[in-house]
Write a protein that binds this ligand. Structure first.
Ligand code: FSX
Ligand code: SF4
Length: 297
């Protein structure tokens, strides 16, 4: 029976607990088998809802990579992810340190960084009996990263996690660390945008960024410009198909994203087509002005 590298890695990962395989050994094994052209990714989760990871796991495509497994096994080496890695505890942290020592990896951050209370509102991990704040962990791992990828609006700009009255002083990753980040916002970001960013980083061709650190290739047009309901008569109330939702508070005119083209949930639907307003979740102001019927929409 021919077993592909992908099947083998799946098998090893699934059976690592049963085999009591040391996570560091598993890491070295995976490193040896990983796509030699694939970058290593450390993915951290701070103040957010984990919806960014869930969105990524909903990735599906007719072209390669076809699903998250294709991305994670054939394309990149995901060395650390709180939900997806086989390792746990201090062994998992040791893997992150081992990658960090080498440098040149992609640091993907999901969720914002709490900065109040000395960062003590969010812990990344414990090691040697000491709790390490998310602020400290991201500072350390950002130091030798080739690029910092802020996945989701919380990581990019603070988002829901930074909204009042949350007292934890959540900031976006770039603002909290004082570093440039490649921002893929959205609450959550579309899985295609996340995979697009990773693929473009692989080829070094992300292209121009806008003033909010977003790739212009994905975030140069407003939702309104691409909306099939543009020019239709205003909806007088909620739940009526086919009418423009602007008078109800749709933020499509000042929200940059590809939702009307990308569609969501396996390309079946998107907010406006489900008669939901665009709430501007890809914008730095989200969620502060997202539900107000302000004059600019
Ligand atoms: Fe934020 Fe991610 Fe919104 Fe949630 O963790 S961008 S709250 S969908 O998932 O950070
Ligand atoms: Fe623009 Fe929203 Fe109306 Fe679509 S529904 S045309 S995005 S205002």
């Amino acid at each position: 029976m021919k077993v592909s590298r992908r099947d083998f890695l799946r098998l090893v990962t699934a059976s690592s607990a049963a085999l009591a395989l040391d996570p560091l050994d598993l890491f070295r094994l995976r490193e040896a088998l990983a796509n030699p052209g694939g970058p290593t990714i450390l993915w951290l989760q701070g103040s957010g809802c984990t919806g960014c990871s869930i969105s990524f796991l909903n990735y599906i495509s007719t072209a390669a990579p076809a699903d998250p497994a294709d991305v994670l096994i054939e394309t990149v080496d995901l060395a650390y992810h709180p939900n997806l890695m086989a390792a746990a505890g201090e062994s998992a942290v040791a893997v992150a340190h081992s990658v960090a020592a080498k440098g040149g990896y992609i640091l993907a951050v999901e969720g914002g960084i709490p900065t109040a209370f000395g960062g003590a509102a969010c812990w990344a991990w414990s090691e040697g009996g000491r709790d390490v704040t998310f602020l400290e962990a991201t500072r350390e791992l950002a130091a030798r990263a080739a690029v910092i990828l802020s996945i989701g609006t919380c990581a990019a700009y603070g988002g829901v996690s930074a909204a009042a009255p949350n007292p934890t002083g959540v900031m976006g990753v770039g603002a909290a660390l004082g570093k440039s980040t490649l921002n893929i916002p959205g609450c959550p970001p579309h899985p295609d945008w996340i995979v697009w960013a990773i693929a473009k980083l692989l080829t070094g061709s992300v292209g121009a960024l806008d003033s909010n650190g977003r790739p212009a290739a994905l975030f140069s047009k407003t939702v309104h410009e691409q909306c099939p309901r543009r020019g239709t008569s205003p909806a007088g109330t909620y739940g009526v198909d086919g009418h423009c939702l602007k008078t109800l508070g749709c933020k499509g005119p000042r929200t940059k994203a590809t939702c009307p083209i990308s569609l969501w949930n396996g390309r079946t639907n998107w907010c406006v087509d489900a008669n939901g307003l665009c709430i501007a979740c890809t914008e730095p102001t989200f969620p502060f002005t997202s539900v107000r019927r302000d004059a600019d929409a």
